[in-house]
Write a protein that binds this ligand. Structure first.
Ligand code: SF4
Length: 89
């Protein structure tokens, strides 16, 4: 996986929109700071193989059975989506 921002990493607990805690080091870090190499990505639509980005923030869920297929936000949590599959790099 390419470089991750903390806000996209599993080992990150947000405190507010700009900062949170690195759950490995217990340090307070910026949400947009680069997470250390090897940190896993949080399940989000933008990391799903079914997601086609239209722009930086929105896209389409290709697994949708609706016509037209439904719009998805890249940052939407996919923890409860049964169709989520992590994109391979
Ligand atoms: S399958 Fe689920 S996680 Fe993947 S893009 Fe569609 S809604 Fe998001």
């Amino acid at each position: 996986m390419k470089e991750l921002a903390y806000r996209d990493a599993l080992n990150y607990a947000p405190i507010d929109v700009i900062k949170g805690m690195d759950l490995v080091t217990k340090e307070i870090v910026g949400a947009d700071d680069k997470a250390p190499a090897g940190y896993e990505a949080m399940p989000k639509c933008k990391f799903c193989k079914n997601y086609t980005a239209d722009d930086e923030t929105t896209g389409v869920c290709e697994a949708s059975m609706n016509k037209p297929k439904f719009m998805a936000y890249g940052d939407m949590s996919a923890g409860k989506c049964e169709m989520f599959e992590m994109k391979k790099e």
